[in-house]
Ligand binder design. Structure first.
Ligand code: ASP
Ligand code: MG
Length: 401
């Protein structure tokens, strides 16, 4: 008998009708002879509404109390879903994060799962019950409620699948799979049948926004069979796994990331030690640097540019300003009217010409490239934000027809 973990996102349980829809998916899976553990997110915009409610009371609440509040959203969903399943006449029990054995560290609001004590889960499954678990939450070693960070229910589901050695972890959401580009911006984006963990990780970090990053990391680590599919349309979804069929497809997807700013240090002496000073100071302030570019300037000077996430922009500017004298920079500038556009595909490891093709598409669309970076399965360019939608379509259409 197979064990299937199913996760349902906020839109999938947004109202009574949708809860019954989810209850039917679960009970059909169960009636087909499987054991089912289902993980739920908070209904619709509940988590955002809770955040607003908190702000009305206290602009700076403790993270502990914030987690107590936010975890309530998933507790509402799990009980309503269990009631719907009761109504359909199936044996069911709902469990909060701590009842399901989720132990986390103490970073409230961004907790990491340390361990899942699966005894309770296994007992309930052994008694032939459908088990509904509140996603996104656990407890630390002092029994305080913690949450896993926005979108964390995906990670709860994969963690259960890994801990219980489930045969499959299905992530039901409001899109019917992973696409070659965001279908809202790219008209002929295509749904993928399958994608590797590594490709999915690149796309998740690049802002494809389908899965919580850490859920994919965890699925890769524990080799969890994962599938992304829609709860609203009953169609096959996208399978996420270690290796995929060799296809003609050179590129698996094109993604855009607007959460980026470019900082430049202009006119520093062309001497050893400058990059070291700059980037160790940024590291000390825990600022993650992405693309780095150094270029020759005028009269024995050089320029160094790099990108950071938007919410690190001010902090990074502060660090640079504080060292302007030490590194003898002429000027420090910042531009947040930029986007990072990337192509991702394991196929590029064994096929030359991917970069050329990407740059050709940009050149034909008259889009200027500010910075370039590459990894084994990814090529990213930094361009002006105003050009980013045009770039997405141009690059996508040159690779995928
Ligand atoms: N309800 C949480 C959120 O909105 C967790 C989740 O949806 O996965 O971020
Ligand atoms: Mg989500």
């Amino acid at each position: 008998m197979a064990l299937i973990v199913q996760k349902f996102g906020g839109t999938s349980v947004a109202n009574a009708e949708r809860i019954f829809n989810v209850a039917r998916i679960i009970t059909e899976t169960y009636a087909a002879g499987n054991n089912v553990v289902a993980v739920v997110s908070a209904q619709g915009d509940t988590t955002d509404d809770f955040i607003e409610k908190a702000a009305e009371i206290n602009a700076n609440p403790s993270k502990r109390e914030m987690d107590v509040l936010l975890s309530a959203g998933e507790q509402i969903s799990m009980s309503l879903l269990a009631m719907a399943i009761e109504k359909l006449g199936f044996p069911v029990i709902s469990l909060t994060g701590w009842q399901a054995g989720f132990l986390t560290d103490s970073s409230h609001g961004a907790a990491r799962i340390r361990k899942i004590n699966v005894e309770r889960l296994e007992n309930e499954v052994d008694q032939k019950k459908i088990v509904i678990v509140a996603g996104f939450q656990g407890v630390n070693r002092f029994d305080n409620i913690t949450t896993l960070g926005r979108g964390g229910s995906d990670t709860s589901a994969v963690a259960i699948a890994a801990a219980m050695k489930a045969d499959l972890c299905q992530i039901y959401t409001d899109v019917d799979g992973v696409y070659t580009a965001d279908p809202r911006y790219v008209g002929n984006a295509q749904k993928l049948d399958e994608i590797t963990y590594d490709e999915m990780l690149e796309l998740a970090t690049l802002g494809a926004n389908v899965l919580h990053n850490r859920s994919v990391e965890m699925a890769k680590k524990y080799n969890v069979n994962m599938e992304v599919l829609s709860s609203l349309e009953r169609l096959p979804g996208t399978k996420v796994k270690e290796v995929t069929k060799v296809e003609k497809m050179l590129i698996r997807g094109v993604a855009r990331d607007n959460n980026v700013a470019r900082l430049s240090i202009i006119g520093v002496p062309d001497a050893p030690g400058i990059a070291f000073k700059v980037f160790s100071a940024l590291a000390k302030s825990k600022i993650n640097v992405d693309i780095i570019l150094q270029s020759i300037g005028r009269e024995g000077t050089k320029d160094i540019s790099f990108t950071v996430a938007l919410d690190h922009k001010l902090e990074a500017m502060k660090v640079l300003d504080s060292m302007k004298e030490i590194i003898r920079a002429d000027k420090i500038t910042c531009d947040d009217n930029v986007s990072k556009v990337s192509v991702v595909g394991a196929g590029m490891q064994s096929n030359p010409g991917v970069a050329a093709k990407m740059f050709e598409a940009l050149s034909e669309a008259q889009i200027n490239i500010q910075m370039i970076s590459t990894s084994e399965i990814k090529i990213s360019v930094l361009i002006s934000r105003a050009d980013s939608e045009k770039a997405l379509t141009a690059i996508h259409d040159s690779f995928i027809h």
